[in-house]
Ligand binder design. Structure first.
Ligand SMILES: [Zn+2]
Length: 353
């Protein structure tokens, strides 16, 4: 067992979070295997998902997941998270003697494909062309270069089993693709929806937040029975995606409201009032954090469409909403149309109204 390290506390850093400060994960979020000791001893949990019986979802106690399809002429593995490591192969061996012939990279992040080299030099690796570009630019021996790439759409066919690959533009990262099994009705789209939760901080550390929002609608445009999302040890249903989509639109609406309230000339000057110019950045921190706090408070206390609050519906709501609020507010200000405009003359500090 691991010993809990002391929290590294510092005057200028983040405060330590304690369980009693937060809402527990809702019951509907907790899959049974999380309470099963054999999950932790074995290191993985495997389930058959969707139709047809040949699509599998495998997850680890690290909270990462991946998928694989047994085609009859070899196994297609989707992603190779180091948190699952060689347990992916153990999971494959537990259901078939077919070799892994193909590996699909969802996106270039090492936490999802950083155990790819375990499949050796002969495996065919399929990915978006941007994923290949990024891996050429930032080489990693654990993430071999894709052998086959595509631009917008491609079909990977192995032994009569088809996977439809699609790229709809940058979201979590550039090059992050949709991987869909039309016969099984299983969709893999990584690092957008972590089913049953608000996902990890800062919109799961996404780069293009407008694209992150769009991806929720694009996921729902597929006819799927199971969504493999990459995280949280749970696969998702259509309803899971609809619920988190509603959450994200609440965050966006309140972030917009907070920006409008606190980005007019009066509010902006107010954040630095009485401060010497060398401390104007204190005002800047208070300005963005104040918008994030407004967004967080409004989102977490709202009565949502089913009569419950977000902490009652989604795991992680009280922990990560503040980070999401910060990112969404800052993104709304930069990626969307700008409602502030300075005319000639002295607008004062941060004057954009
Ligand atoms: Zn990622």
């Amino acid at each position: 067992m691991f010993e809990k390290p002391d929290f590294y506390a510092t005057k200028w850093g983040f405060p330590e979070s304690r369980p009693e400060d937060h809402a527990p994960a809702p019951k509907q979020f907790m899959p049974e295997h999380l309470s099963d000791p054999s999950f932790y001893e074995k290191g993985y949990h495997l389930e058959n998902v969707g139709d047809g019986g040949n699509f599998y979802w495998v997850t680890s106690p690290s909270g990462y997941d991946a998928g694989f399809v047994v085609t009859g002429s070899g196994v297609i593995v989707i992603d190779a998270p180091p948190g699952l490591g060689e347990n992916i192969q153990a999971a494959v061996r537990s259901v078939t003697r077919e070799p892994v012939t193909h590996l699909v990279y969802s996106h270039w992040h090492s936490d999802h494909i950083g155990a790819a080299s375990q499949f050796g030099p002969d495996v065919k690796i399929v990915a978006h062309e941007i994923t290949r570009e990024l891996l050429e630019r930032f080489p990693d021996k654990y993430r071999p270069l894709p052998t086959e790439t595509f631009k917008t759409d491609a079909t990977l066919e192995v032994g009569g089993t088809k996977l439809e690959l699609s790229y709809k533009g940058a979201d979590h990262t550039p090059g992050n693709i949709y991987i869909y099994g039309p016969e099984q009705k299983v969709l893999t789209k990584i690092d957008i929806v972590s089913p049953g939760s608000v996902t990890f901080a800062h919109c799961d550390v996404s780069e293009n937040i407008s694209g992150f929002y769009q991806a929720h609608d694009d996921i729902l445009s597929y006819d799927f029975k199971a969504l493999i999302g990459g995280h949280i040890s749970r696969w998702g249903t259509r309803e899971d995606v609809e619920i988190v989509r509603e959450y994200w639109h609440d965050v966006l609406a309140y972030a917009e409201e907070g920006l409008r309230k606190m980005s007019n000339a009066e509010a902006l000057v107010g954040f630095t009032r009485g401060m010497a110019p060398e401390y104007y950045m204190v005002g800047g921190e208070n300005w963005i954090n104040s918008i994030a706090n407004y967004t967080t408070e409004k989102t977490l206390t709202k009565t949502t469409s089913n009569g419950q609050t977000w902490p009652e519906r989604l795991a992680g709501a009280t922990m990560f909403t503040k980070y999401h609020a910060w990112t969404v507010a800052e993104t709304f200000r930069t990626e969307r149309t700008h409602f502030g405009y300075q005319k000639e003359g002295n607008g004062g500090p941060f004057y954009i109204a």
